[in-house]
Design a protein around this ligand. Structure first.
Ligand code: HEC
Ligand code: HEC
Length: 234
């Protein structure tokens, strides 16, 4: 099933994947260039019985759905997406849904789906009515941080209004607020252990009200150049 001329290492990795034992492969880089077309097939159909179609929860275009239970993946960097799938597989990031699923994917399959979603440009579902006071508080944290407890501004790392600093730092602009809030709580409680220096430290400084505010702020940023927030104050 593979092209001729593979060296011994590549053959061993291919065999491991065929046998369903991809642990040796996972720590390594993919042995071929990412194939977004294969990613599209996995996203639409899943893989065998172990991996359901990603589109069930994240949609084919990575928009996910307005419930906010599933993160938006469209346009997120391929490096970041692939790292998260490997982190689910290794257990450094925990999820009842994603852990098992990521463990059933090879390094190549992970790279393929990541490449596909990274290239997507999906619309945003309509927003529910916003609470302007909450948005203003979130905007303050996002842009300025909080001097009282030395919380850095989120944008210092996540880019202008959370546009992202690819490849390593994800966008928050337009991400679903329940998902952002859940992940900040996951860092606080130690269920998401990737990014111990940056995100675990930042999350530990946020109160429940801060989390609610900053998550609500980022969800409604749909164009970081024209953030649709009230312009009084900051
Ligand atoms: C049954 C629903 C479901 C399916 C199917 C599913 N996911 Fe997820 N996915 C989730 C949930 C829920 C989360 C959030 C987990 C968390 O943060 O606790 C998530 C998180 C992710 C993340 C992390 C995104 C980020 O911003 O950090 C990636 C990447 C991802 N999924 C990719 C995939 C891919 C690729 C597939 C298909 C192979 C897939 N998912 C299938 C529900 C699903
Ligand atoms: C010092 C840099 C830094 C600062 C400041 C920072 N972040 Fe992050 N953030 C990161 C990095 C790096 C990641 C990616 C971690 C990983 O690889 O999983 C991240 C990831 C995240 C994620 C996960 C997104 C996803 O798709 O799963 C959320 C949510 C988040 N940050 C929210 C915030 C908020 C809110 C603030 C401000 C209160 C903030 N961050 C400040 C560096 C930072």
């Amino acid at each position: 099933m593979r092209t001729a001329g593979l060296n011994a290492v590549k053959t061993a990795v291919g065999l491991a994947a065929l046998l369903g034992s991809v642990h040796s492969a996972r720590a390594q880089d993919p042995v071929r260039a990412p194939d977004p077309k294969n990613g599209a097939v996995i996203i639409a159909q899943g893989i065998g019985t172990g991996v359901p179609a990603c589109a069930q929860c994240h949609a084919f275009n990575g928009e996910s759905d307005g419930s906010g239970a599933f993160p938006r993946l469209a346009g997120q960097s391929a490096v970041y997406l692939a790292k998260q799938l490997r982190d689910f597989a290794s257990g450094i990031r925990n999820s009842a849904v994603m852990t098992q699923l990521a463990r059933s994917m090879s390094t190549e399959q992970i790279a393929d789906v990541a490449a596909y979603y990274a290239n997507m440009n999906a619309p945003f579902p309509p927003l529910k009515p916003l609470d302007p006071t909450l948005i203003m508080r979130g905007k303050q944290l996002a842009r300025v941080g909080s001097t009282s407890d030395q919380t850095p501004s989120c944008n210092a790392c996540h880019g202008p209004d959370g546009a992202g600093e690819p490849p390593d730092i994800p966008y928050l602009a337009g991400q679903y607020s329940p998902y952002i809030a859940l992940n900040l709580q996951m860092w606080q409680r130690g269920f998401r252990k990737n990014s111990p220096e940056s995100m675990a430290a930042v999350a530990s400084r946020l109160s429940p009200g801060d989390i609610q505010a900053v998550s609500a702020f980022y969800q409604q940023v749909r164009d970081s150049l024209a953030a649709s927030v009230p312009s009084e104050g900051h």
